[in-house]
Ligand binder design. Structure first.
Ligand SMILES: [Zn+2]
Length: 426
């Protein structure tokens, strides 16, 4: 075999597969002095350094930790406009309600997203997703939810899918994100529009359906009806659940077969039990907890029940303008009580499960060929803990997606087939 790419002499490889031969530290599947070969977009071989197959291109992983390409299972990365003013007003003491009444908040993003062209939205999303991939993200979920009309919701999904040259994009329809200003006080009419008009227009552009079930948004009955309508069209089910107020949507969505439910700050024991019973992944969003100065979800109860824990950035212009998955991992540990192992699994394997894509987020023969090569902060030996301990300290050296070296642009070796490179001299 001649591989397309060999990443050799990796100081520490974390496969996220507990059954990796020779690996220690289950569930991370740690191998020291290892190598990974890629062929035809997939992992072709994993083994000791220096024993890999011939390859058209070789990267030197000395001094680095290699992980599966990161998966961000929850973003709102398509939007237009800025809410930086709102951030300043909130720092000065304005409440969310005051900001909303002054025309700010989510409805200001809706106005600006509606006014933006498909081309402009695509360019904005592409720039954000390029930034995420430079940080090691190779798969990202992107939602609609700032259009709130059939045409504008579809425009958002089209924009997400039109992004090329970035991470793999998984789209989710979130028409039930908020009631638009023109239907204020007429939630029934808006729910009918979501089910009867938006869903048929958007389902061909989406893989999943999501709903914001909460105080001030949609109630449990409305949310279940919307999720059932999406499921009937073949969409995977997920929900923004138990964030501001407890509604019962986590248990209801789990019973509908949701791949994941997200937020969960106010999750109750019945919700935990339902998620465990149905194999539903918990997507934790510490960025939103930080920006909203909220309390943590019941992570210990979820862990105790065996619910997989995934981490999303929730990237959005208001409640979580967080672009960096590494910072997110640190926040997950400090704000929500995750262990280092849980944080790293949460941004790889568990995040793939959350999306209903169990083929993502782990490295073994036949797995999707996504890998991130990262250095610990200066002075730190290559270790899982150092990557998470330092806030924003992880230094991404190379990103492999679909078996190809895709970042950073102009990385040593990208234009020189067959030559070993010095991308990561120890
Ligand atoms: Zn969200």
């Amino acid at each position: 075999m001649t591989a397309d790419l060999l990443v050799d002499r990796i100081s520490l490889l974390l496969t996220m597969e507990p059954g990796t031969p020779g690996a220690r530290d289950a569930p991370l599947g740690a191998l020291e002095d290892a190598a990974v070969a890629f062929l035809d977009g997939k992992v072709a071989w994993i083994g000791p350094a220096g024993q890999g197959p011939d390859a058209a291109r070789v990267l030197d992983g000395r001094g680095c930790v290699a992980l599966p390409g990161l998966v961000d299972p929850h973003t709102h990365a398509v939007w237009a406009g800025s809410r930086a003013d709102e951030f300043q007003r909130r720092l000065a003491g304005a409440s969310y309600t005051e900001i909303l009444e002054a025309g700010g908040g989510i409805l200001s993003t809706v106005r600006q997203t509606r006014a933006a062209s498909l081309r402009a939205l695509t360019a904005l999303a592409a720039a954000r997703l390029a930034g995420m991939r430079a940080r090691g993200v190779t798969t990202v979920e992107v939602k609609s939810g700032y259009g709130l009309t059939p045409g504008d919701e579809r425009k958002m999904l089209e924009a997400a899918r039109a992004v090329t040259g970035g991470p793999r994009v998984v789209t989710t329809f979130l028409g039930a994100h908020a009631v638009p200003a023109e239907l204020r006080g007429r939630r029934d009419a808006y729910v009918a529009q979501v089910i009867e008009e938006q869903l048929p227009a958007c389902a061909p552009w989406a893989e999943a359906i999501d709903v914001y079930c909460d105080r001030g948004a949609f109630d449990l009955d409305e949310a279940v009806a919307i999720l059932q309508a999406g499921r009937a069209l073949g969409l995977k089910v997920r929900a923004h659940a138990e964030q501001v107020a407890y509604t019962g949507i986590a248990a209801a969505a789990a019973a509908l077969g949701a791949t994941c439910v997200d937020h969960l700050e106010r999750l109750d024991p019945a919700g935990v039990a339902a998620m465990a019973a149905h194999g539903t992944v918990a997507v934790l969003l510490p960025g939103a907890q930080l920006y909203l100065r909220d309390s943590a979800p019941p992570v210990a109860a979820l862990r105790e029940a065996g619910v997989p824990l995934a981490l999303g950035t929730d990237l959005n212009p208001g409640s979580s303008p967080l672009h960096d998955p590494w910072t997110n991992a640190t926040l997950g540990c400090l704000l929500q009580g995750l262990t280092v192992e849980e944080a790293l699994l949460g941004m790889t394997r568990a995040a793939g499960q959350a999306l209903g894509h169990p083929e993502l987020g782990h490295l073994g023969p036949g797995a999707v060929g996504d890998l991130v090569l990262v250095r610990s902060p200066p002075g730190e030996p290559p270790s899982a803990a150092a990557l998470v301990q330092h806030l924003g300290g992880a230094q991404v050296r190379a990103v492999v997606q679909g078996g190809r070296l895709v970042a950073p642009p102009g990385a040593p070796g990208t234009g020189r087939d067959g030559q070993s490179t010095d991308i990561a001299i120890a």
